[in-house]
Ligand binder design. Structure first.
Ligand code: PLP
Length: 266
């Protein structure tokens, strides 16, 4: 028998193709030596070419999953992924407040809005609940540039705009902000910007030439969450996450007729 490992919870949608969503989160937790748990928010009917249908889980069932694991197993860190609706977000917020997620337990908010194929994974009106309810509870928020535009209305094309976006997201209440620069395609490198309200840290790495990046954002946020579950500081968790996602992109593989996933196994 082994000792109980650190425990991490993903509050996220299911990807039937196994590339992104809670499936990516759970294998990333496992690859990082952390016990993974899931509160499912929505079931997507999905394969390598896209999402053809979404079925949302009743908000009370999402909240009950969070309470069930937190009160028995315990949660050392949590992350959110696809949350789908305002009602689901409000139920998650209430359950997280009850069990200390977002206060004593670190919470990583990955504000998933759409798949890389452009399939909508969040109702437009739910953006307001991200701004007013989730970001104030977030230890760290990890938007890509599309999500930055939706949340604070800034179309980031350069480093100055990336800093301005980080400041505005921090002003909404997130303690740390990681503005991911991977979608600035004119840039031969890939620079993510970390901000805590005082200092900016740039994390620059190579851009790898692969189309198989499905689940990349989930894998980065899940790797950071796993490190936080182990008690690592936010800057160290983000630095490890950056190396982890680079290796995972290098290890990506083709799948089906469309886009394959990044892989946390090297
Ligand atoms: N499907 C689900 C359930 C997700 O949670 C996500 C992203 O978080 C995606 C699809 C989209 O992943 P990608 O943008 O890598 O296609």
């Amino acid at each position: 028998m082994q000792a109980t490992p650190p425990r991490a919870l993903t509050i996220a949608g299911s990807d039937s193709g196994g590339g992104a969503g809670l499936q990516a989160d759970l294998r990333t937790f496992f690859a990082n030596g952390v016990h993974g748990m899931s509160a499912v928010t929505a079931v997507t009917v999905q394969n390598s070419v896209g999402v053809s249908d979404v079925s949302e889980i009743p908000p009370s069932v999402v909240a009950a999953q969070i309470r069930a694991v937190a009160t028995d197993i315990g949660v050392d860190a949590a992350k959110t992924g696809m949350l789908a609706t305002t009602e689901i977000i409000m139920a998650i917020v209430a359950a997280c407040d009850e069990v200390g997620i977002g206060t004593s337990v670190p919470l990583v908010v990955d504000p998933v809005a759409a798949s890389m194929h452009g399939d909508q994974l969040l109702r437009d009106e739910a953006l307001e609940a991200y701004r007013t309810e989730l970001l104030p509870r977030a230890t760290l928020v990890t938007p890509n540039l599309d999500e930055v535009r939706l949340l604070v209305g800034i179309d980031v094309t350069n480093a100055d705009e990336q800093r301005q976006a980080a400041k505005e997201l921090h002003a909404l209440g997130a303690r740390w902000v990681l503005v991911k620069g991977g979608h600035m395609h004119h840039d031969p490198t890939c620079t993510d910007l970390l901000y805590d309200g005082n200092d900016f840290t740039e994390l620059t790495g190579p851009r790898y030439d692969t189309k198989h990046t499905h689940g990349g954002g989930d894998t980065l946020a899940a790797s950071i969450t796993a490190s936080l579950a182990k008690g690592t500081s936010v800057p160290d968790a983000v630095a490890h996450g950056k190396r982890f996602i680079e290796r995972s992109v290098q290890a990506s593989y083709p799948l089906g007729a469309g886009v394959g996933p990044v892989s946390p196994l090297w």
